[in-house]
Design a protein around this ligand. Structure first.
Ligand code: NOJ
Length: 514
């Protein structure tokens, strides 16, 4: 029933920076509603919105104070329901961001649990049994509440870990087993939150730190058991809804835990990193880099490990970027970004486009941290729509803006790029259209590598009747290939072909149908 995923292309919205309709300098839900046609016109038919729940915003909303309340700065529940119904009218899907591993320390469960007196939420978090018990193998906050014990945090200090128990119990005095009723009471509380939003009609969740639930669970066996249980609930009661994990381990996330999709994230040494983000000092060793001398085998070895085991169960999700890492222009030129988009739009799996990446918005290194962003802040700046006040993002005074606008002369905007056939925007739009019009390029059609050798170019793969050739290097790259009957479907740069060979010119991409 979740067939819709098979032909979907997602757009990720960081809501505070997308479009502000009430002039307070912060994006809002009505802003997203008003831009649905823009997103649809780009070719995306699904949206993931970063957390919009009530929060003190010490981690930009990943510190949830109330899972069932919309943060007032984004609008009201009516605004949310309006957004959902307008999206559905356009046949677009909406994923919310589920933060299952931790809450804000201002959440009412934690406010109760940290008190000296007993409450019904005492086992909702993980406290040691006395304040002098502080084993150094856990990230603990010590001696800062009235309750006689220290508590585990999942991420920042303001984000106490929810208690899903321990797979291996090493301190029985205070650790509950992952099979204990206390651990499963947390699972039930999470299900209640999921049902709350699914009953409103949302189409699923992007799941934050999905692997972080059960502690002392190195193989993630007990964590997978919980997600399987969630998946059963979805299959039974919400068969159109999906869960996409922030995990980056298709075997564990898709095969073992039952996620419909898993993000391919930029992790040191993995395939995504070797394609787009592998910079050692000043030496960019990524495959998609200007003057590329990258090694495609690093990607192939890692990717196919995950792809082969998970392809019959779910999707690996390629991302142009997200709110946690530097945007692509920090690593590559606009031209190379276009090649990288050609790659992502012709690969299996579900592509996710981070807002602003469709115009090549830049990563800012000159900003001070905002809401726990630190180095991530530079990828979270306001969307650049046009040449009007505040790049069309907001009508507010400049000093009220959530983050500064890129005011450089050559700052990319939607207005500048729409209609310009040489723009990142039009390039990406055309590629999305191609993908959506051709089942062989869709998310679940197979891939076969035709040519992919260590430190050699081009990289060539086939998807059904299509063959894609990539040469990001500065030199011609020739490969034996019979081009007879081939129709050129899309080119960036150039190529030459002759009897039994094709030569891809430097910094070029070619897509043929044969
Ligand atoms: C991953 C999210 O993407 C990130 O932004 C957040 O800070 C952490 N999880 C903690 O929830």
């Amino acid at each position: 029933m979740t067939d819709w995923l098979k032909n979907s292309v997602f757009y990720q919205i960081y809501p505070q920076s997308f479009y502000d309709t009430n002039s307070d300098g912060i994006g809002d839900l009505l802003g997203i509603t008003l831009k649905l046609d823009y997103i649809k016109d780009l070719g995306c038919n699904a949206i993931w919105i970063n957390p919009i729940y009530d929060s003190p915003f010490l981690d930009a909303g990943y510190d949830v104070r109330d899972y069932k309340k919309i943060a007032p700065r984004y609008g009201t529940m009516d605004d949310f329901e309006h957004l959902l119904s307008e999206a559905h009218k356009r046949d677009m899907k909406i994923l919310m961001d589920l933060v299952p591993g931790h809450t804000s320390d201002t959440h009412e469960w934690f406010q109760a649990a940290k008190n000296a007196y007993p409450t019904e939420f005492d086992d909702r978090y993980i406290f040691t049994d006395c304040v002098w018990e502080a084993p150094t193998d856990y990230r603990l906050m010590c001696g800062i509440c009235e309750r006689d014990g220290n508590y585990l945090v999942n991420y920042f200090s303001s984000q106490p870990a929810l208690n899903y128990g321990f797979y291996k119990v090493t301190h029985p005095a205070w650790q509950k087993s992952s099979d204990s009723p206390e651990a499963w009471a947390t699972v039930d509380a999470l299900k209640d939150i999921m049902r709350f939003w699914l009953d409103k009609g949302i189409d699923g969740f992007r799941v934050d730190m999905a692997d972080s639930l059960v502690k002392n669970d190195d193989e993630k066996i007990a964590t997978a058991k919980i997600w399987r249980n969630m998946r059963e609930m979805l299959d039974r009661d919400y068969p159109n809804a999906v869960m996409i994990s922030e995990w980056s381990n298709p075997q564990r996330a898709i095969v073992n835990a039952g996620f419909h999709g898993d993000f391919y994230l930029d992790h040191h040494g993995n395939g995504y990193n070797s394609l787009f983000r592998k910079k050692i000092g000043d030496d960019n060793q990524s495959f998609f880099a200007d003057h590329s001398h990258g090694d495609i085998e690093e990607f192939l070895a890692d990717y196919f490990l995950g792809y082969n085991c998970s392809k019959d169960h779910g999707y690996i999700c390629f991302i142009t970027n997200n709110h946690d890492m530097p945007r692509a222009p920090f690593y590559m030129s606009d031209w190379m970004i276009r090649l990288s988009h050609a790659f992502m739009m012709t690969m299996p799996g579900v592509p996710f486009i981070y807002y602003g990446d469709e115009i090549g918005m830049r990563y800012r290194t000159d900003l001070i941290s905002k809401e726990g962003g630190f180095s991530r802040t530079g990828s979270r700046t306001p969307m650049q729509w046009n040449s009007e006040k505040n790049a069309g993002f907001s009508d507010s005074d400049e000093d009220m803006l959530y983050l500064p606008i890129d005011r450089s002369e050559d700052a990319p905007t939607v207005e500048k790029q729409q209609g310009d056939p040489d723009s990142i925007y039009e390039n990406l739009k055309a590629l999305i259209a191609l993908r959506k019009a051709n089942p062989s390029l869709s998310n679940d059609s197979e891939i076969e590598v035709v040519y992919g050798k260590s430190h050699e170019f081009p990289f060539v793969y086939r998807r059904g009747e299509f063959t894609a050739f990539f040469n990001p290097s500065d030199n011609d790259a020739q490969v034996d290939y019979d081009m007879s009957g081939a129709e050129n479907v899309y080119t960036l740069g150039g190529y030459e072909s002759g009897d039994g060979f094709v030569k891809i010119l430097p910094r070029s991409f070619l897509l043929i149908r044969q």
